[in-house]
Ligand binder design. Structure first.
Ligand code: GLN
Length: 203
């Protein structure tokens, strides 16, 4: 008998919460929405969805959730952020609103809406060695990219845009995972499986 999966919350202030809940269930986690400090305390790990990081930041501050989120992260709770969620996990944000705050934790500089107007949204297959082949169908929607990472950060994927080496679009640092793209919108659950696996290994 397989043991019951870990309980993974999805931060439900704003964004594509339902899609992440479904992807996590498909990846054998018990997925629950998290909208309060009490519900945050009852999960093993947390997904921060795609959406709008400025709004998410504002709501987390207004609801008194930013500090509990930072404390959970500092105490080692595994967290995965997609798109706006990646921005929420960044230590440094470019093109942020002046009052925008983040949970932080990943030693990286991200640029919001980095791919620019012409390619506001696009889909491309990205090589992600950590999840094996085939390449991952990556959906980018007004996505950030990662401009700089510290020595502790593992680069998981790049796309051929911007610099000649390719632009960083997925990273991991310890128990924190972030992608500039939205695996929750694709039906391909390998990124969620990778995260659930990180959660199991930590437990
Ligand atoms: N552009 C959004 C932001 O800055 C992110 C977009 C997304 O999550 N699809 O928060």
């Amino acid at each position: 008998m397989t043991p019951p999966g870990p309980v993974v919350g999805v931060l439900s202030l704003q964004g594509d919460v339902r899609e992440h809940l479904q992807a996590l269930q498909a990846a054998d986690a018990r997925a629950v929405p998290v909208g309060s400090a009490e519900s945050l305390a009852s999960v093993d790990a947390l997904v921060i969805p795609g959406g709008e990081s400025t709004t998410m930041s504002k709501l987390a501050l207004a609801d008194g959730l930013m500090d509990p989120l930072r404390r959970a992260r500092a105490s080692g709770m595994p967290m995965y952020g997609s798109c706006a969620g990646m921005i929420m996990l960044a230590d440094r944000i470019l093109d942020a609103r002046p009052d925008q705050e983040a949970i932080g934790g990943i030693d990286m500089t991200v640029r919001r809406n980095a791919f620019g107007r012409q390619v506001d949204s696009f889909e491309t297959d990205v090589e992600v060695p950590a999840v094996g082949s085939p390449d991952f169908p990556a959906v980018f929607i007004r996505a950030p990219w990662v401009e700089e990472v510290g020595a502790e950060v593992e680069v998981l994927a790049r796309v051929a845009r911007g610099s000649s080496e390719g632009t960083i679009v997925a990273v991991r640092q310890g128990s924190l995972l972030a992608t500039a793209f939205h695996p929750e919108l694709t039906g391909d659950t390998r990124i969620h499986e990778l995260f659930v696996d990180m959660v199991r290994k930590r437990a």
